[in-house]
Write a protein that binds this ligand. Structure first.
Ligand code: FRU
Length: 499
């Protein structure tokens, strides 16, 4: 395994030539684990989604990007666009670190579209000569031609009553005012939300104080990537707290991404939750979710997340020179007080030809003959709530990637512990959810090195990376009276080298 020196990790794109990255891209493009319909890193490592927004008739997304290999190094922003959140185009470098304020990376942030400008707020991660970190909340502006200009003057300077961990500004507007919600750490090592306000985006920011969540005080040792969205007449507060303890089948990842549904009291700096905070995803690999600023649909939010987690590794691809993925974008709604997460409407375009179909448990057509496609979409209806078993990427005497529902216990299990490639096993190799009202439907998106399960039409989502090898090429299915369809998956992302 390659050991990266500090010098190698802190190279910026301007310190290299195109050829070096082109060669790296050529190498990774040949990997069996490059995806067909997920946003994937052009080269190197991708982590959080940034600046997700609807601007100038298109969706824009940036991601945290270290160009030179599958490790966390100097972070840039890479830019991709889409008309429908399903078909994505690589646009090239969005931002590179070149100011004193961001000398150790352009860290995560958000986008707010207004008029002819997409405002991008991000954290300038500065380190001084003693390697002491100083966070600055910075601004860049993108015009309709896609030209991005960074502003030299920070919007917000380091806040002295908190530690060096202050980052990931969520810039939003409400009732004629602008706000920035920031993740921070108190000197007692507690994760908190800071709320800032201004009359203008480009200046005049002042700290209102900590945003408290009524009835809750403990969000671990740090809150990363806070995000707040109005969905219908409710507010949804999403965040990635670090240091939560596992609780039975919940919070089993190293770091978990959670949400509250509730109401926002700007005057008293208080979020009033309707209930407990819940995980956004019940799988293995999901972090730093961000909603897009959009005004098209006031009753819904659009969200995307890093299909990974801090301090995890995916050795299968890291060593080939790439790491990380974005999840499928999800459409969020609040229904009867509950957050529902579904694939975006255009996700239908991912479905290609029908490979397999069973009705009430009987096979109607089968073009797979037991062979597992590398990517596909599976839809399962279970009207009688019978037990089911799906073993993807299995092989003789091995269960592969197992999805199982036990109708007696009403427990859905996803288990990746019997695949050849094992990684991050200290955080468990299975995930279980007890479904109070049983299993009614499953929609499974399989894409070469990832699986996402949408359970009961958006009630839960379970996301998992996996790296099937050549000999893991069988699919086994079991379940009485179920309706099951499997489609080929269309390619909606191109693996173009654009920097
Ligand atoms: C979350 C995070 C952010 C930070 C970024 C750096 O994954 O640690 O808090 O801005 O990643 O890449």
């Amino acid at each position: 395994m390659k050991i990266w020196t500090t010098e190698e990790k802190y190279r910026a794109i301007q310190d290299s030539d195109r050829e070096e990255l082109e060669q790296l891209h050529e190498k990774i493009a040949a990997s069996p684990w490059r995806e067909d319909y997920h946003i994937q890193t052009v080269t190197g490592l991708m982590n959080d989604p940034n600046g997700f927004s609807w601007f100038d008739g298109k969706w824009h997304l940036f991601y945290q990007w270290f160009p030179f290999g599958g490790v966390h190094g100097l972070k840039h922003w890479y830019h991709v666009t889409s008309d429908d959140l399903v078909t994505w185009k690589n646009e090239g470098l969005g931002m590179k670190p070149h100011l004193l304020e961001d000398n150790r990376g352009c860290y995560s942030g958000s986008g707010l579209a207004e008029g002819d400008t997409l405002y991008l707020a991000y954290t300038g991660n500065n380190k001084d000569i003693h390697m002491q970190r100083h966070p600055f909340q910075m601004l860049a502006k993108m015009d309709r031609e896609g030209k991005i200009v960074k502003s030299q003057i920070p919007l917000i300077y380091e806040q002295e009553n908190y530690t060096e961990h202050q980052r990931d500004p969520k810039l939003f507007s409400y009732n004629g005012k602008y706000y920035i919600l920031l993740g921070a750490q108190t000197k007692e090592q507690k994760g908190v939300f800071l709320l800032f306000e201004s009359e203008q985006i480009e200046k005049g920011w002042k700290l209102l104080g900590e945003l408290k969540v009524r009835g809750y005080e403990d969000f671990g040792f740090m809150v990363e990537c806070p995000d707040i969205e109005k969905v219908g007449d409710k507010w949804v507060l999403l965040f990635s707290p670090q240091g939560l303890e596992p609780d039975g089948d919940r919070f089993r990842c190293k770091y978990n991404n959670v949400y509250f549904v509730g109401d926002m009291d700007f005057e008293n700096l208080e979020f009033i939750p309707d209930g407990e905070f819940e995980e956004l995803d019940r799988g293995f690999d999901f972090y730093a979710a961000q909603c897009a600023y959009q005004t098209k649909e006031p009753d819904a939010a659009y969200m995307i997340a890093w299909f990974g987690c801090g301090d995890y590794t995916t050795p299968a691809t890291d060593e080939e020179g790439f790491s990380g993925l974005q999840t499928l974008p999800r459409r969020l709604t609040v229904e009867n007080g509950k957050l529902m997460q579904r694939p975006v409407p255009a996700a239908e375009k991912i479905r290609g030809d029908i490979l397999f179909e069973a009705k009430k448990g009987s096979i109607i057509r089968d073009r797979m003959h037991g062979l597992m496609p590398r990517s596909c979409v599976i839809r399962l209806e279970d009207p009688d709530q019978e037990s089911i078993n799906l073993n993807l990427f299995s092989k003789p005497r091995r269960r592969g990637f197992e999805i199982a529902y036990d109708k007696f216990k009403k427990v859905l299990t996803v288990d990746r512990g019997d695949m050849n490639q094992q990684f991050n096993t200290e955080f468990g190799t299975d995930r279980k959810i007890r479904l109070a009202n049983g299993l009614r439907s499953l929609e499974v998106y399989v894409d070469r090195s990832s699986v996402e399960l949408f359970v009961n039409d958006g009630e839960y989502v379970i996301s998992s990376r996996m790296f099937p090898e050549k000999d893991e090429n069988l699919i086994r299915m079991g379940g009485r009276n179920i309706d099951l369809t499997i489609w080929t998956a269309n390619k909606t992302v191109t693996d173009d080298f654009v920097i």
